[in-house]
Design a protein around this ligand. Structure first.
Ligand code: GLU
Length: 467
């Protein structure tokens, strides 16, 4: 017997593709709800569709969940492996007269369906009340749809009601003996002790059908919470163009798992005005009452903002490791110990200036460029012969300077501009062009400090020697 007191949730993806953003959010909500209650979060792979299910998709889903930190309890359940148990329950329903063998041919079903449609009701099989089976005819097992209305007390949608005539005599076992989706889900959820099902509202009607099966089996219905699907920024159904991508694509784009987790949690769930949560806060705050009835819109600006918050909180060593892995093998960059030495003191600056790891790569580029490098066209405009002569003089000043801190260097640059009787831009712009090649970079004092004396002088020499 399952302990019915314990909260058990589950995520039940079909392995026909990667862990897309909507699935990740569904998994997250179920995870948070279970963790908050001190219950269990289970994972079931709905791999009954043998043609569309692939091992690669299972791997991608497990990887995505692990990356997002959505750790499940116990073994991963394969739905396909449980087909015998599904058949057992279908046959139990037959023996109780709540399901029956239907000998209609596919053509007959089509005719019946057309007639039912014309009369504005769902399909009823002529075999629902028995009959003499024709010899050697394959049969399906159908649920004998009850005559009473179905009411689903949904935690998000409220009471949802369907008239009895809206539901077919649903197929439970196909002619080849294989169980159908709704039967498999009900049996699995029951056997896994699932108490709460949070999932997309594209399954709302299934929730009605599944409620009928729970009732017929005399099993306690779980609490259903059908959440609106995620929409694109334009309010339309989410598509690839909007970012209906796999978790690994968000990883590639440089979001941290905790940033994406925080953002996804707020996509369709709210807790007052609070936007930023660490994991403990999310678990403490999460509840079904905060789930929204209106569809949430994907908003990449907000995702970037939330991710930036988590980048700032992340340990420098961890970010540096993630950044280094991303930069690995990029041509034109120093690597190994030199890169490590140069990045370590730069991490605070890089965190401030980057909302994602991808932006951090861009922001770190100037530091790691292998010299000598070419200055890009826009920056080269600042390297007139006159500017290069000025940079030569600056180089000599810097060569004698010893305090290599950002502040002291900033003062040196200002004093130099004054001694040249020019505005700071006449010094700063050529210097920036020579030291960064036109790549994004912070204040010049800090650029010099982070590059170090030797590299700074060498990069200046590279440009002035071309004059
Ligand atoms: N396997 C279904 C899907 O991926 C989910 C079923 C459920 O959550 O009940 O859409």
């Amino acid at each position: 017997m399952q302990n019915r007191q314990q909260i058990i949730t589950r995520f039940a993806p079909s392995p026909t593709g990667f862990l897309h953003i909507g699935g990740a959010r569904t998994a997250l909500f179920n995870y948070l709800f279970a963790r908050k209650a001190g219950g269990q979060f289970k994972l079931r792979i709905e791999d009954t569709d043998r043609e569309r299910s692939t091992d690669a998709a299972v791997e991608a889903i497990l990887d995505g969940m692990q990356w997002l930190g959505l750790n499940w309890d116990g073994e991963v359940v394969s739905q396909f492996a449980r087909a015998d148990r599904h058949r057992e329950i279908a046959n139990l329903l037959v023996s109780e007269g709540k399901a029956f063998r239907c000998y209609c041919t596919p053509e007959e079903v089509e005719t019946l369906r057309a007639a039912a449609f014309a009369e504005g009701r769902a399909l009823r099989s002529p075999w629902r009340d028995g009959g003499t089976p024709p010899p050697d005819t394959p049969f399906t097992v159908r649920f004998r749809a009850p005559d009473s209305d179905v009411v689903l007390a949904d935690a998000v949608q409220g009471d949802v009601r369907w008239a009895a005539k809206e539901f077919d005599d649903l197929i439970l076992l196909r002619a080849d003996g294989n169980p159908t989706y709704n039967l498999a889900v009900v049996v699995d959820d029951h056997d896994m002790g699932v108490t709460h099902i949070i999932r997309g509202d594209d399954h709302l009607v299934n929730g009605g059908r599944q409620s009928q099966l729970y009732d017929a089996l005399g099993w306690v219905r779980p609490v259903f919470a059908h959440i609106p699907l995620i929409h694109g920024p334009d309010g339309k159904k989410l598509s690839k163009r909007h970012g209906a991508l796999g978790a690994e694509a968000y990883r590639e784009m440089g979001y941290l798992p905790e940033g994406l987790r925080n953002y996804l949690a707020r996509l369709g769930w709210s807790h007052g005005d609070q936007e930023l949560f660490n994991d403990a806060e999310l678990i403490a705050a999460f509840g079904l009452e905060g789930l929204n009835k209106a569809p949430a819109r994907l908003d990449f600006d907000k995702l970037a903002y939330v991710n930036h918050h988590h980048m700032r909180l992340a340990a420098n060593e961890r970010l540096q490791e993630l950044l280094t892995a991303r930069l690995q093998g990029r041509p034109g960059l120093v690597d190994g110990a030199i890169a490590h030495l140069r990045l370590t003191p730069a991490m605070d600056m890089l965190k401030e200036r980057s909302k994602t790891l991808a932006e951090m790569e861009t922001q770190a580029y100037f530091l790691l460029r292998q010299r000598p490098f070419d200055v890009d066209d826009a920056a080269r405009k600042n390297l007139s012969p006159e500017a290069l002569e000025r940079l030569s003089r600056l180089r000599d000043v810097l060569a004698t300077h010893t305090d290599w801190s950002a502040d002291a260097l900033g003062d040196v640059l200002k004093a130099f501009a004054e001694s040249e009787a020019v505005g700071f831009g006449k010094v700063g712009q050529p210097l920036r062009a020579a030291l960064t090649g036109g790549a994004p970079a912070p204040d010049m004092g800090l650029v010099l400090a982070l590059l170090g004396r030797e590299e700074t002088l060498a990069r200046l020499d590279d440009q002035t020697s071309k004059a």
